[in-house]
Design a binder for this molecule. Structure first.
Ligand SMILES: Cc1cc2nc3c(=O)[nH]c(=O)nc-3n(C[C@H](O)[C@H](O)[C@H](O)COP(=O)(O)OP(=O)(O)OC[C@H]3O[C@@H](n4cnc5c(N)ncnc54)[C@H](O)[C@@H]3O)c2cc1C
Length: 269
């Protein structure tokens, strides 16, 4: 991690807040980029299509993840000689126990999904990062978190880490009730779920229809969106153009792109 003389992270205050002329909303931290070799400790289905893998290893001694929407690069075998890299969220990290948890949303095909499906205790995996963390530092009256299966790890971690009493509404996009998850939190959580068929996970229409019905609370609110890129973009546009939500109080990312291996659009806003 880049640091000042006291070894503290140096925030980069450029970006969203400056455009809004208000206190910084997001503070960016850079971390030393490092490759780590981890060992699989366990692999458990937490829902029929969500596989939780807990990793351990001494390489985690100096692992840092400051924001729930951080990501690490998983380095997995590819079809040819070259390995493939895929982005995944540190769902949980226990520094004392040197344990890192990653949740895999299972889908039809892909190098990372295949690796995860075959993983068993004792298997090894190399990871890189996180390269940086974008920490929401401003205070908000409420939060709205919208995420599909790939974003539930970040969404769940955010809910769990919000301080006691914070008003947060989540909208989880899943295929069925059995894919819904429970998040333990001290925040005041309203958890909403939208079910859409597997064939429609990249279709913005059902999500936008749900957003049209959603009433936003009064006051300053931060909206976080992550899903298939077209869905995330449509949801972002809904809040910016239909609701006039301030651009600097919203963060949207495409976590995958339909039909594209390793496709993403991390900085829609
Ligand atoms: C910042 C960030 C954090 C992320 N965190 C997580 C996480 O914690 N857990 C997680 O599961 N994913 C997460 N993702 C999404 C994950 O990186 C992608 O889904 C990735 O494409 C999966 O790699 P793969 O090798 O399985 O499939 P790929 O080889 O990349 O893709 C193969 C095919 O599958 C399609 N595809 C990819 N993902 C899905 C999906 N979810 N549903 C249906 N089709 C899909 C692609 O469009 C492509 O056609 C994150 C992405 C980003 C950018």
């Amino acid at each position: 991690m880049r640091g000042d003389a006291a070894g503290l992270p140096v925030p980069d205050l450029s970006g969203l807040a400056a455009r809004e002329g208000m206190d910084p909303v997001i503070t960016r931290h850079r971390h030393e980029v490092k490759r780590r070799t981890l060992t699989v400790l366990s692999a458990t289905r937490i829902t029929p299509n969500m596989l939780r893998i807990v990793f351990g290893g001494e390489d985690l001694a100096d692992f840092t993840s400051l924001s729930p929407d951080d990501h690490v690069k998983l380095i997995v075998p590819g079809a040819g000689d070259q390995p493939e890299m895929r982005d995944y969220t540190p769902r949980a990290f226990d520094a004392a126990a040197r344990r890192l948890t990653i949740d895999f949303a299972l889908h039809e095909a892909g190098a990372a999904t295949q690796w995860a499906l075959a993983a068993k205790p004792g298997d090894r995996l190399q990871i890189g990062g996180p390269r940086g963390s974008a920490v929401v530092t401003a205070a908000f009256d409420w939060w709205l978190l919208i995420g599909d299966e790939t974003a539930l790890p970040a969404l769940g971690r955010r809910i769990e880490e919000l301080p006691a009493g914070t008003r947060v509404t989540s909208l989880g996009l899943v295929t069925a009730a059995e894919e819904e998850q429970r998040f333990d939190t001290a925040a005041e959580l309203t958890a909403l779920w939208l079910h859409r068929p597997a064939a429609a996970v990249a279709d913005p229409a059902p999500v936008i229809a749900a957003l049209e019905r959603l009433q936003l609370p009064e006051g300053r609110g931060f909206i976080w969106i992550a899903a298939e890129a077209g869905v995330a973009r449509a949801a972002r546009d809904h809040f910016l153009t239909r609701r006039n939500h301030p651009r600097g109080w919203l963060k949207a990312a495409g976590y995958w792109v339909k039909g594209v291996a390793d496709g993403h659009d991390k900085m829609l806003d």
